[in-house]
Design a protein around this ligand. Structure first.
Ligand code: BYC
Length: 314
């Protein structure tokens, strides 16, 4: 006799309680599957759309060395998108469907990629702050309860750490340069600081998904916990770099053992998520055009696979 739904649920609950992994063929509640598809797809789309702001500078890199580093980083992001789409496909949805959902505006991508990159210093700042925030958020996801997602995150995190370091090294080099270069770095940090804090999502009391996602072990920490960790990690790095973080309320709180910091503009995050950030329309138009221009590659690959299969049968 097949196990009852209650027995399946009990076995799922026990796996979660033991911090063991759920694997693709295991029974899982529909809500868990939907939450994973939502989060992993959003993450995959973020990696792919995240290639645009930095890709914008590949042809204008200031040296061969910088160009090689930036090319490698942007290619890594394409790879991250592919690992994540593959992890998501194990949940019974195809990559083509996920891309359609993104293009139809039914799935999201990270707010951070809706801000423009105005100078080469932004390549460094994205590495330092955006990849730094990504690492804070993603290292705990290596222990997420869904096996394929956790395993994809391990590899992604290793590469993110190279991304963070190349950004910091670029900014450090610029800070050792001319007054003009130092001013470029400060101006870039001023623009990216608050949007980086928003990457962690809304505050815990306004985060509709956190409670259930944490109960399922999909998320291991709350949005505010990770935001605090990021601020604590970044302040000494900013001091070593010689830049000021644009927050007058930022100070060490000895009692809490953490830095206090100002409130991000949550109305701005909501607007950007709803599609009204500075670059949303541009990012989606570019993504749509790339998808349409790549149609012949998908068709050719499908035809080739069909012919190879036919020949193998013969
Ligand atoms: N931007 O209940 P909440 C990268 C949405 S890639 C847009 O707290 P949750 C990189 C949220 O989806 C970085 N939307 O949600 C790549 C939800 O809407 P839905 C991407 C956001 O899921 C290239 C609603 O707001 N990282 O690092 O519990 C180059 C309510 O939020 C944002 C990931 O995707 C946002 N910032 O927590 C360089 C990490 N924040 O879906 C770097 C994996 C919230 O209900 N994802 N929303 O319609 C996560 O850890 C979680 O999904 C989040 C949000 C912490 C982002």
């Amino acid at each position: 006799m097949p196990p009852t739904e209650a027995a399946l649920q009990a076995s799922f609950d026990a796996t979660i309680a033991h911090h063991d992994r759920i694997e693709p063929r295991d029974w899982m509640p529909e809500g868990y599957r939907k939450t994973l598809i939502r989060q992993i797809a959003q993450h995959a789309h973020s990696e792919i759309i995240g290639m645009q702001p930095e890709g914008n500078w590949i042809s204008r890199a200031p040296s061969l060395r910088r160009k090689a580093i930036l090319l490698a980083k942007v290619q890594d992001e394409a790879g991250h998108g592919l690992y994540l789409y593959s992890a998501c496909e194990t949940l019974g949805v195809s990559r083509a469907e996920l891309v359609e959902l993104l293009l139809a505006g039914k799935q999201k991508y990270s707010s951070i990629f809706n801000y423009p990159t105005l100078s080469y210093a932004d390549v460094g700042t994205i590495g330092w702050l955006v990849d730094g925030a990504a690492i804070c958020n993603q290292v705990p996801l290596c222990r997420t309860s869904y096996g394929p997602y956790g395993r994809a995150m391990i590899r992604i995190c290793k590469e993110e750490s190279f991304h963070q370091r190349q950004g910091y090294e670029l900014l450090m080099t610029m800070m050792r340069g001319t007054d003009e270069q130092r001013a470029m770095v400060q101006e870039s940090v001023d623009r990216f600081w608050w949007p980086s804090l928003m990457m962690f999502g809304p505050p815990d009391d306004a985060s509709p998904n956190s409670e259930q996602s944490m109960a399922w072990g999909v998320k291991r920490n709350s949005n505010d916990e990770l935001r605090q960790k990021f601020v604590d990690m970044t302040v000494p790095q900013a001091e070593a770099l010689g830049v000021t973080l644009p927050d007058p309320d930022l100070r060490w709180n000895a009692e809490r053992g953490h830095h206090d910091f100002g409130e991000p503009d949550w109305a701005e995050l909501t607007a950007v998520i709803r599609g009204n950030g500075p670059c949303n329309a541009q990012r989606m138009a570019h993504r749509r055009a790339a998808h349409e221009n790549g149609a012949w590659v998908r068709e050719a690959a499908t035809a080739f696979a069909a012919r190879t299969a036919q020949e193998a049968q013969r």
